[in-house]
Ligand binder design. Sequence first.
Ligand code: C5P
Length: 245
Amino acid sequence: MLVKGVNPKDRLIIALDVDNLQDAKRLVEQLRDYAGIFKVGKQLYTNTGPEILEIIHKNGGKVFLDLKFHDIPNTVAKAGQEAVKLKVFMYNLHALGGFDMMKMAVDFTKAKARELHIPRPIILAVTLLTSLNEKDIREVGINSSVDDEVLRLAKLSKKAGVDGVVASPREVKIIRENLGEDFIIVTPGIRPKPEVIDDQKRIMTPKEAILAGSDFIVIGRPIIEAVDPVESAKGILEDMKGLAV
Ligand code: C5P
């Protein structure tokens, strides 16, 4: 775990799952003292472009650019270089894009960061989308179990030089055991109150996720849709306190 010992705030990633710049900006300004990283996904990025990243940076936050790149190696590698230029803290790609795609993205990202003399982003692989079950993966021709496939793709991404994976709560333990201590694990599907799970199927509390081996947790609705997002974030940090060392 690369982030062992850091403040709980720096392990909390808030998913800015809103559809406009004003709401995203308000959330960043409200929550910047309680979360170190803000996740910008396809919806918000398509709406705002890089402007939201500038706002996050101006507020002292780091950016997880969650665009899940998946294309031919050259295209993904060059998209990764744009992510470096945008000074993101982490970005992700699909492991199913294959070894060459991941390796080229890693190499190009490192080269661009060296050229610009800036720290390179953490690169994460998405293994299997958590929305896919056994039946879904059969339909696209994958015959192993979901768990075996997730582990296989995680190993492949590590071999390609990728820094870590996005993993559902049920996968964290097995990935940590098999991929070692310095492979980064980012876990969504976190619910501070397990009775409210929205559309997530497998959930853990913040504390459980950290104890299982997550480095970073991603939380969206339980914070951004809370009556008081700050109170919700504070409660989550409290839950993680003492576990971060
Ligand atoms: O609102 P909630 O806490 O469920 O948001 C979780 C965030 O993590 C969303 O942005 C969702 O797209 C993302 N995510 C996920 N499961 C994955 C990968 C990403 O929930 N496997």
